[in-house]
Design a protein around this ligand. Sequence first.
Ligand SMILES: Cc1cc2nc3c(=O)[nH]c(=O)nc-3n(C[C@H](O)[C@H](O)[C@H](O)COP(=O)(O)OP(=O)(O)OC[C@H]3O[C@@H](n4cnc5c(N)ncnc54)[C@H](O)[C@@H]3O)c2cc1C
Length: 441
Amino acid sequence: MVGSGPGGATVARELARGGRDVLLLERGRDWRGSRLYGTYPGALLYADRAALLFTRQGMNIVRPLMVGGATSMYCGCAAHPREWWRERYGIDLEDPAAEAARELGVAPLPPEFRGEASTRIAEAAAREGMEWEPQLKFLRPERADPFDCGAHCMLGCRCSAKWNAGEYVDQAVEAGAELWTRARVDRILVEGGAVRGVAGRRGGTPFQVEAETVVLAAGGIGSPVLLQGCGIEAAGRGMAMDTTVMVYGTASGKGIGSDPPMTWSHADDELGVLYSTLIDPWLMYPIIMAQKGLRWSLTWPRWGRTLGVMIKLTDEISGEVLAEDQISKGLTADDRERLDRAREVAGRILRRAGCDEDTIVSTPLRGTHPSATARIGEVVDTDLATEVEGLYVCDASVFPEALGRPTVLTIIALARRLSRHLLASGNGSRAEPGNPPGAPA
Ligand SMILES: Cc1cc2nc3c(=O)[nH]c(=O)nc-3n(C[C@H](O)[C@H](O)[C@H](O)COP(=O)(O)OP(=O)(O)OC[C@H]3O[C@@H](n4cnc5c(N)ncnc54)[C@H](O)[C@@H]3O)c2cc1C
């Protein structure tokens, strides 16, 4: 297994529980026990390029690299798989998603935890004729004492209320899997059209591991780069991002900064937009607004009174991933037109919620769902198998199109489905370290 985000962690746990020998290779560290986890300096350490990864078109991509993958910094939102998985691709994810949702207690937050200011936004949207719903969450306040969830929880959850794929990694290890952290895979080894293992560096020391089955779960940017390295050229040609902007406005009451992120949402599938309640954490706000100009950065003192509507666009497949730091992704003309319409809607809701017209502003483009870079039907088949025998992909890169929804429950469902397939077909077998960690390859 390469990568310990929701895709890799789920397959590792399921295969280990099914009695297979599993080696999970994760390039990042396990930051969960660190005092830095969930802090601003911590987020700079575990986000790729200190959170300053940009596409050629200037879109900022937030890409956490650590045990648990991007669930280390996610908003804890859940969404059941879109119906098009079955309708257009013949992939039924309903049962595996329902099982995962039951196991993890996926549910909206109880009303008293949805946040007063966030609820005001949902009520304002209702007056605009839009029905916002309490957002399903991987967030259980009863796990935390005290429950302390605000915008800062996007830096990493410090109160333990939020489920993180690192928990599946722990369960995989309990079931017998071996975990190597700081083990970055650089190459997939292929011989005669079949996978033979992987090679990389662990803490700077080269390693090589032999395996009959390799599951790539290095995420929407990591996986296509590794696939290109073994000759699968269609990988990384085109990507989806669920491109995101936030629209902010200042009102007289309390803002949404101390509310849990994304407690309410509304999907407009005709326009291809998901709206939700969200604001950037306090210290990130002026940095992000600086990209709009000094005038907007100076609105920082108003952060405590700011309301925010997040727009997530179901964007078209476009651009490419050539290397981890060479990514081309912007907006197509159609994306731009739909985003403009969504910004107008968000502005209207904020005005209804009491925001002054001249405080309303939209942030620059951001990407937190790199996906659809090794698409089902083009790079992998419906069993997530590549053209290389024994090589599978199981992460957001296999999405055949933009999800336009929180991704994690769908990825877990795909991973449970793949695990069943591997266990039933007798694959997913033993990993043989060619060199013990620390020894040169
Ligand atoms: C700020 C933020 C908020 C979000 N909020 C939500 C939300 O509320 N709900 C939701 O569903 N989704 C959310 N997402 C998106 C979601 O977290 C990701 O789409 C999801 O985690 C992707 O899972 P994955 O398994 O594809 O990859 P990832 O989670 O990216 O995991 C890939 C793992 O592979 C490792 N890796 C990469 N390359 C290598 C290599 N060469 N060798 C070894 N290891 C490697 C990485 O370190 C990483 O741990 C959010 C994302 C961000 C950044």
